[in-house]
Design a binder for this molecule. Structure first.
Ligand SMILES: NC(=O)c1ccc[n+]([C@@H]2O[C@H](COP(=O)([O-])OP(=O)(O)OC[C@H]3O[C@@H](n4cnc5c(N)ncnc54)[C@H](O)[C@@H]3O)[C@@H](O)[C@H]2O)c1
Length: 396
């Protein structure tokens, strides 16, 4: 039985408590949250199993009662928590993104290189059946090595403008916070590390100067297209978990999406890789869920996306009649299409066999640093060389 300590009992921490109920080899032994009011309310409302409770990570680490620590706190806190776990000799799982600044990423990679413990990155998207299959198909080299790629993600992402994610100092910007998922998928397919990023972006829909504390106190609730009307139960949850708990740390949610924010709601990146590959990635947060991704090599092209659901098409340049269509297993409704469960099973297998299956912190760094570089590029209107931000050997 692998004993887990979860740090951060928010949305993500709670989703792992739920997922663990489906994995007999893992037990949530303890939880940590710096906000005792929120932690108690979450445990009660979400019916956690019996767990040991702590209000800071040091106490959990000193208690010596868990095998692996899960970091599910907001992005800006990851580096300090991860380095503590590694220094005290724990295996660590960090949910994405790894961190949000070059200094934080460097600090983690240096601690990781000194540690003999396992370091897992929470890139559950790799475990989505579509991307697992895409990796298999690109890996068999029907199109040759990947030379170029493109990805469009039309995300319905107003939710990110209702919480801490909309502040750069907390999330690094949505390119780092959310974009890191797809950036990791691209990095994984290209199988290389980034050397230069050029980006453009800004705010077209969200952000602004509205002063409403949130939809629950807004006088425009009947006319606003983005109004989120809460049921009585949802309002009670908001009050217990956030509004009352905000007396401790000021953190609440359900902010107005048209209130102040300093992160782009759309961006377009051109990423150059050490392998010579060049990939374009565009993401918007006011979309409908439209998605496509494709890659080209010297021998052909691969494409997948919303217009060919649950499918991947490969076209070979010198063999046009032989277009191949791969069918992909359907996603399940829960746990990010089933990905969380597959990922946790591989985490358990890694710990039991001593062979790392999940991506690690180097992969976490590769995707986070592209997001950081993109934010700088947007601000400075010029390409950003990754080596200016981080010693490149840390990414190799
Ligand atoms: N892989 C995925 O699909 C996925 C999905 C959601 C969130 N995430 C990631 O999970 C992390 C948490 O996101 P969330 O939405 O659950 O956040 P959240 O705001 O819902 O919860 C975070 C919790 O951490 C606590 N916390 C803050 N600082 C702390 C500290 N230093 N020590 C202990 N507890 C602390 C807060 O009090 C809060 O209860 C983020 O990094 C996010 O990117 C990943």
């Amino acid at each position: 039985m692998i004993k887990i300590g979860i740090v951060g009992t928010g949305d993500r921490g709670t989703s792992f408590v739920r997922a663990a109920e489906h994995i007999p080899e893992m037990k949530i032994e303890a939880v940590v949250d710096t906000n005792p009011i929120r932690m108690e309310a979450v445990i009660k409302h979400h019916h956690y199993p019996p767990v040991k409770k702590f209000n800071n990570l040091d106490d959990l680490l000193d208690a010596n009662i868990v095998d692996v620590v899960f970091i599910t706190t907001p992005d800006w806190t990851h580096s300090e928590l991860i380095t503590k776990c590694l220094e005290k000799g724990y295996h660590v799982f960090c949910d994405k993104p790894l961190a949000i600044t070059p200094a934080q990423i460097k600090e983690i990679l240096i601690a990781a290189n000194k540690s003999s413990k396992m370091q897992f990155m929470g890139f559950n998207m790799r475990y989505n059946p579509l991307f697992t299959k895409l990796k298999e198909v690109t890996g068999n080299k029907d199109i040759g090595d990947i030379l170029t790629g493109w990805c469009y993600s039309g995300y319905q992402g107003d939710g990110y403008f209702r919480r801490w994610h909309k502040f750069k100092e907390k999330s690094g910007g949505l390119i780092v916070h959310k974009g890191c998922h797809i950036l990791d998928i691209i990095n994984w397919m290209v199988d290389s590390y980034p050397v230069e990023v050029y980006a453009t972006g800004g705010q077209k829909v969200f952000g602004g100067n509205k002063k409403w504390p949130g939809c629950h106190e807004c006088k425009e609730i009947e006319t606003c297209a983005y109004a989120r009307k809460l049921t009585d139960d949802q309002m009670k949850l908001l009050e217990d978990i956030y509004i009352k708990a905000a007396t401790v740390d000021g953190y609440t949610r359900n902010y107005c999406v048209f209130g102040p924010s300093d992160v782009p709601d759309h961006y377009l990146l051109i990423i150059d890789y050490a392998s010579g590959a060049r990939v374009i990635f565009e993401e918007i947060f006011f979309g409908t869920g439209l998605f496509y991704m494709g890659f080209a090599g010297e021998k052909g092209e691969i494409v997948t996306g919303s217009f060919i659901p649950d499918s991947i098409i490969v076209r070979k340049k010198f063999d046009r009649d032989k277009e191949k269509r791969y069918q992909v297993q359907k996603e399940t409704k829960e746990f990010h299409g089933g990905a969380d469960i597959y990922m946790l099973k591989d985490l358990i297998k890694s710990l039991e066999t001593g062979t790392q299956i999940l991506p690690g912190f180097k992969e976490g760094a590769r995707s986070a640093i592209i997001g950081v570089a993109a934010m700088i590029s947007i601000e400075q209107h010029k390409p950003v060389n990754i080596e200016q931000l981080l010693p490149i050997e840390l990414l190799q």
